[in-house]
Ligand binder design. Structure first.
Ligand SMILES: Nc1ncnc2c1ncn2[C@@H]1O[C@H](COP(=O)(O)OP(=O)(O)OP(=O)(O)O)[C@@H](O)[C@H]1O
Ligand SMILES: [Mg+2]
Length: 411
């Protein structure tokens, strides 16, 4: 018998399935990783169910093959600009018969906060408590064990478009994996990269992926504001592909290897060979010119992020600044540019606190995946599983091989 926690980060660029195993001391170790290029997703949402189902299946099967375990249920990340957060309060009477406030009371208060009029095409994804008021005493994080008569929760109700949620759920479930919980991606990333001190002081995690930039603002240890913006690495790649007239894949490789967002850090005569359209096998690219293109997009992205902070009203309340995650956090010079433009502390967040016996997951692009596992771990959702029956395992492998055929080449 072992205890497992599983996660699937359904990103715009990559699908990452993770299987974590708990040891006797409750330490989590990642024993299975499946990472495949995404298909059927745009800006964080499913746009082609067949393709998305197939790639999720490939990622799950690859993780299962490395772990030699079956993924029965998983925490699944959700993003997209259809996500909304609204503030709501819920009040319940407590402390009858002289007893102190229980976990059940806090859940009843959250239930009350969820009683809001929602359009029929929206569903609640999370109820995130920001703080509690016991009688007249506000600003309490954990009221369990306190005495009082009236318990009020100030919560953030995070909702999403029902159709986007249903599509994602069905793509995962079609692969025989039940949904343990849908977790908003910025909240998952925050689990993996933020320190307790940062959360307490005030900090924003900004996860810049391929299609979306996911932001979560933490104050007094609780998430106060979340937003998903439809901008990401794809925009950098498109700018370079059109500006330098080269195929998309070549543009991405060029950015990763030679890109920098601060032109002054690149010698004006530095040149590299890269792919080109037409009959010429390659073209010579000036690295300073590449940096100019990336700089314009990066500056615009930072401005959008700042505008979002100002709109939220929390821009003056983040002494710990910004922690960057997602693939774009690795773009050379990006964190320096953020620091210079915003004049805030900025650091690149790397998932910490989980060992892996499969591969190194300390890159910022694994923040969401690792964060989903930590989300499960911290909420006590652990599955006891027996070794999978051999037949079930072979079935999965066969399905995985079959899946490889129709989608190969799509990414
Ligand atoms: N070293 C690097 N330098 C620059 N860009 C990078 C680097 N590594 C990855 N990227 C970019 O990061 C993006 C992918 O990031 P990530 O894996 O976090 O996205 P995702 O989770 O699939 O997408 P999303 O979260 O938006 O749905 C791609 O646009 C990729 O080009
Ligand atoms: Mg992502």
């Amino acid at each position: 018998m072992s205890e497992l926690i599983c996660a699937i980060d359904v990103g715009t660029t990559k699908i990452c399935a993770l299987i974590g195993e708990l040891d006797d001391e409750n330490n989590l170790r990642i024993i299975g990783v499946g990472r495949v290029p995404a298909a059927g997703l745009r800006r964080g949402v499913v746009v082609n169910t067949a393709e998305a189902t197939a790639v999720i299946g490939q990622a799950v099967a690859a993780a299962e093959a490395t772990a030699n375990q079956v993924m029965e249920a998983a925490f699944v990340g959700i993003a997209g600009s259809h996500i909304n957060a609204i503030g709501s309060k819920g009040v319940v009477a407590v402390g009858r018969n002289g007893r102190s406030i229980t976990r059940d009371d806090t859940l009843r208060a959250q239930e009350q906060a969820r009683n809001i009029a929602l359009p029929h095409n929206r569903d609640i994804i999370h109820t995130v408590p920001r703080g509690y008021t016991v009688d007249d005493q506000p600003g309490i994080h954990d009221p369990v064990g306190m005495f009082g008569y009236r318990l009020e929760v100030d919560a953030s109700i995070i909702t999403g478009a029902s159709s986007a949620i249903t599509n994602l759920v069905s793509c995962v479930q079609s692969n025989g994996v039940a949904i343990e919980d849908l977790v908003l991606e910025p909240l998952a990333s925050a689990e993996a990269v933020l320190t307790d001190d940062e959360r307490q002081l005030g900090v924003a995690v900004v996860d810049i992926g391929g299609g979306t930039t996911d932001v979560a603002i933490y104050l007094e240890s609780a998430p106060w504001h979340t937003v998903v913006m439809e901008i990401g690495g794809d925009h950098f790649i498109r700018d370079v592909a059109t500006g330098l007239r080269m195929p998309y894949g070549k543009a991405e490789a060029l950015i990763k290897q030679f890109g920098h967002v601060l032109p002054s850090h690149v010698p004006s005569d530095a040149e590299v060979r890269s792919g080109a359209f037409g009959e010429t096998p390659y073209q010579v690219v000036n690295r300073r010119a590449l940096a100019e293109i990336l700089n314009a997009r990066a500056a615009e992205l930072v401005e959008l992020i700042l505008r979002e902070f100002k709109r939220s009203g929390y821009d003056e309340m983040l002494p710990a600044g910004i922690v960057l995650a997602g693939g774009v956090a690795q773009l050379a010079g990006f964190s320096e540019l953020c620091r210079d433009d915003l004049q805030w502390p900025v650091r690149v967040g790397r998932p910490a606190g989980i060992a892996s016996s499969v591969m190194d997951l300390s890159s910022p692009e694994y923040a969401t995946g690792v964060g989903l596992l930590l989300w499960g771990l911290r909420r006590g959702a652990v599955h006891r599983v027996a070794e999978p029956p051999a037949s079930q395992f072979f079935e999965r492998i066969l399905k995985w091989l079959k899946n490889l055929l129709p989608v190969s080449g799509i990414s």
